[in-house]
Design a protein around this ligand. Sequence first.
Ligand code: ADP
Ligand code: ZN
Length: 429
Amino acid sequence: MIFQPEIETMGREEMRALQLQRLQQTVRYVYERVPLYRERLDALKVRPEDIRSLDDVRRLPFTTKEDFRANYPYGLFAVPMKDIVRIHASSGTTGQPTVVGYTEQDIDMWATCVARLCAAGGATREDIAQISFGYGLFTGALGLHFGLAKLGAAVVPISSGNTERQIQLMADFGSTVLVATPSYALYMAEVAERMGMMDKIQLRVGLFGAEGSTEEMRAELERRWGIVATENYGMSELIGPGVSGDCTEKCGMHINEDYFYCEVVDPATGEPVPEGEWGELVVTPLMKQALPLLRYRTHDITRLLPGPCKCGRTTTRMQKIAGRTDDMLIIRGVNVFPSQIEGVLIGMEGIGPHYEIVVTKKGYMDQIEVKVELVDAGLLNSYGELEALTRRIHDRLKVVLQIDAKVTLVSPNTLKRFEGKAKRVTDLR
Ligand code: ADP
Ligand code: ZN
């Protein structure tokens, strides 16, 4: 089902015209209302009326997470506090949290964005949607909550944690849609299997997001739950979830282009990459009132996939996030994304889908250790088989990563499980 066909199947020319008009409006708006942007635009000698085509977006300054920190908490807001109806913040794992605000109109736009993506991902108003994201300042839970409500689904705001109870209620309530991080959904599947509850569960769709995951992880989730797993993408600075999301064709995430103008740039130089190439996603929200931004550097690595989709939508898609510019590990000069390691591990025979990556330095040499769980604890007693499996994983990692990783096999159910965003990499260098 297409939630807003008039937008989601709009002709390309018409969409570009709409984007240009909204971009011009946004530049005027921030120039008048946000001191940081007035200063930056003045310094670049760019006036709002200089934006005459979508390509002129390149003349605009970038915005970064540091700008949020320097203006903590409300310095980038474009409306007085009386017009703010909601405040959220990012987790702040890498420093001061970034604080974001919404007007009533922003909240409604956000819900529309998410409703479109939930519909694209296979949810309908008939569904009972269990939201197993942690409720709180994190935008994920309330974002999906309002979006699914707008779609007309029955929302179960269970939040994350207390996993056995989650599974029990999932069966009792007849939940048909699960909203969670992929890593938590995987853990929940494990618990459901252990409780012997899988055949009492009626889940049919997983709407996953908030963290990266591979196609292999998607396949694993689909197999274990017996669902169609789609994912959606966003970040608190831009709105929360709602920027883009898979349709059930699973061929890239459709961007809500009438609300977000997306570019892909070379993360090192900030220059746009040729169409269709990989780089850092840069997003300019086009309709935000409380917290408008110009060219936000997401740090997420993707590429844009233009062209119509089998689902009927005409909006540009973005490929599954390959990683973040700041989670790329440089191991002895070689660039390694955790997602590449996940791609190798998941689905390999003899090991479970959970893993941990530890990076250390021995003298001048970087060392990378990959810990994975055995499926069968009995193997720990057979040195020969253990050795052979370890070698097999090592060799596959070597083919994909071009580096020698130390592989450690551990007992089943011993690695950490996650109820929200997974943290799988420990860099001790
Ligand atoms: P933070 O994690 O910085 O506290 P957010 O909760 O807003 O803030 O998280 C936004 C980030 O989460 C994105 O920049 C991206 O790296 C990641 N993310 C969200 N959805 C996805 C997705 N579907 N695939 C990959 N990464 C995602
Ligand atoms: Zn599609």
